[in-house]
Design a protein around this ligand. Structure first.
Ligand code: NAD
Length: 260
């Protein structure tokens, strides 16, 4: 499934699922624009991926909560890599709280990163994709784009919003050689999941083991976390020529969660 010569932007790709997708795309020959909040290890991550894959790997610290920075990320990738053929809208944050106590600034930040950044990145990438008659847009949503869980009102709403965005844009560009799809993972063991355990313990009055087994994995009939590599393999397929007729849809990778 060679992606040799293609160029990809993956938002929020210095950790977890985004980094896994970047590694998998790079392994197929795709050049990569990494993105994430500035951190001490960003240059190490960039240099390691460039060395192991042999492709061009850039890093941009654009803050996905800031519209101008989202749009600049896409423009920079177009100018320095030559095009954006694959856009993976992956950056996302979680906040767990009963709705009455949900901090307004967290709601605002979460919607900006989880939803608005996908909207603006897509809007910025489409003119180039249309001109080249090729594009692959992959939105990393969640099982929470299909079903809800208590205390995650903003997150669930943001992921449902992205699903609506995916479907709408897929229709708008259906004859332009561009596909737009969601990957909706269940629980994947990443820093994002690890970080929400203390809040869930507090919100529900549970121990760490109870949160893992009785809240998180309870939803997943397979009773195991989805792996980053399983999600990344799906992204590689959606980015390939072989997936040209898959558009406007959601691929669930949730161990059967949403079948129930
Ligand atoms: P993670 O916390 O491991 O990684 C998040 C990445 O986003 C990091 O690279 C971080 O630097 C970046 N990021 C955060 N805020 C940013 C900002 N303002 N600007 C730029 N980058 C920013 O998270 P993850 O678990 O890999 O989640 C990635 C995506 O997958 C999210 O959209 C999340 O909602 C979704 N998802 C995760 C799970 C799961 O169980 N982990 C399940 C379903 C969906």
């Amino acid at each position: 499934m060679s992606l040799k010569g293609r160029n990809a932007v993956i938002t929020g790709s210095t950790s977890g699922i985004g980094l896994g997708i970047a590694r998998a795309l790079a392994a197929e020959g795709c050049n990569i624009m990494l993105n994430g909040l500035p951190a001490a290890d960003c240059e190490t991550i960039r240099a390691d991926l460039a060395k192991t894959s042999g492709v061009t790997v850039l890093f941009d610290p654009a803050n996905m909560a800031v519209t101008a920075e989202v749009r600049h990320l896409v423009r920079r990738a177009e100018s320095e890599l030559g095009s954006v053929d694959v856009l993976v809208n992956n950056a996302g944050i979680q906040h767990v709280s009963p709705i009455e106590d949900f901090p307004e600034e967290k709601l605002d930040l979460l919607m900006r990163i989880n939803f608005f950044s996908a909207f603006h990145a897509i809007a910025a990438a489409l003119p180039g994709m249309k001109a080249r008659k090729f594009g692959r847009i992959i939105d990393i949503t969640s099982a929470h784009s299909l079903v809800a869980s208590p205390f995650k009102s903003a997150y669930v709403a943001s992921k449902h919003a992205v699903m609506g965005l995916t479907k709408t844009v897929a229709l708008e560009v259906a004859t332009d050689g561009i596909t737009v799809n969601n990957i909706a993972p269940g629980y994947v063991w990443t820093p994002l999941v690890e970080r929400q355990i203390p809040d869930t313990m507090a919100a529900r009055g549970l121990t760490k083991d109870q949160v893992i087994n009785d809240v998180l994995l309870k939803a997943q009939p397979t009773k195991r976390f989805v792996s980053i590599e399983e999600v990344a393999a799906c992204a590689v397929y959606l980015a390939s020529d072989a997936a040209g007729s898959i558009t406007g849809t959601t691929i669930s990778i949730d161990g059967g969660w949403t079948a129930a």
